[in-house]
Design a protein around this ligand. Sequence first.
Ligand SMILES: *Cc1c(COP(=O)(O)O)cnc(C)c1O
Length: 366
Amino acid sequence: MNFNKVLDGIKTYEAGKPIELVMREYGIKAQDVVKLASNENPYGVSPLVMASIVGIAEKMYMYPDDSMHVLKEGLAEKFDVNTDEIIIGAGSDQVIEFAVHAKLNSKAKVLMNSVTFAMYEIYAKHVGAEIIRTSSREHDLEEFYTLYKEHKPEMIFICTPNNPTGDALDTEKLKEFLAKIDDDTLVVVDGAYMEYAAFKDKNKAVSAKELINEFPNVLYLGTFSKAYGLGGMRTGYGIASKEIISAFYKLRPPFNITTLSLEAASVALKDEDFVQDSIKKNFVQMIRYESFAEEEGLEIIPSYTNFVTLCLNEGQNSSEISLSLLKKGMIVRDLKAYSLNAIRVTVGTERENSRFFELFIEATNK
Ligand SMILES: *Cc1c(COP(=O)(O)O)cnc(C)c1O
């Protein structure tokens, strides 16, 4: 069968390998599999959220509340914005899709970092847009601006902190950059890990309210999948001017997130202690990775997230090392596909991290 030609240029997105698959392929028991590949919150789910889900289960025969009123109110309060400046997606992934489809077509250009979240490219390819990339591994706003002037893209993706490198931009520098961009260029600021960055360094904290009030062409993205511990609930959001959000609404399928997701996310917003406690533990554990990298003589990119990127040395191959870790039940992310000889490791619990250190040494001292 012939398909839309744009599919020829798209590689299927490889999500972090699921635990079940590793168990089946390598015959490893569930309790021996450690997944440090998708940047989930290793401390699980807030007990408040779990309790609320049980209560809502009897409602699942009905379609969800498509106004998403309770969740939007919760987000409006958290970010101090209006509910008509918010759109909820099945993960912030879906909001990226809305943004791309709202703004780009096969004659349009989109600018993004050389190494960044893979879904930007995939959605841009859906519509046949031309992708312009920087050359530097971490975001370099001067290079972004040079390319912006040269290509005049309709859309720009800024991921801060960036996945899969973990680096974050200074808010003031970001704002200086945004001030130079034309109002008709949609700039997406993806803050999937913003809670971590804001905790580690106030200079990296981006306020969605300030951004959208100062820059009517900016879309801020957030998610419940990372610090909020709800990766399985597929809930994210976009915050932007009413004009942008109204355009996205034309693309949104009805009932795009479930009753359980709405409930879980709304309640998660009320348990900020759980989130902050998880973030604190994350950075305590991250120090262990920094020491480990030093001991092993590896470059570690300073990270403002819940993952670290370990750049391997010559003679070490990220694909081989990832595979030998996988065979022992340790799932990490090989960054070969991003042209980096590096692995990305989610900072797990104390026990999970100790296991990683042990298995990494085994995998490299052959
Ligand atoms: C995880 C992630 C997202 C989206 O996650 P969802 O689960 O779809 O909300 C978006 N951007 C980046 C950079 C991410 O790492």
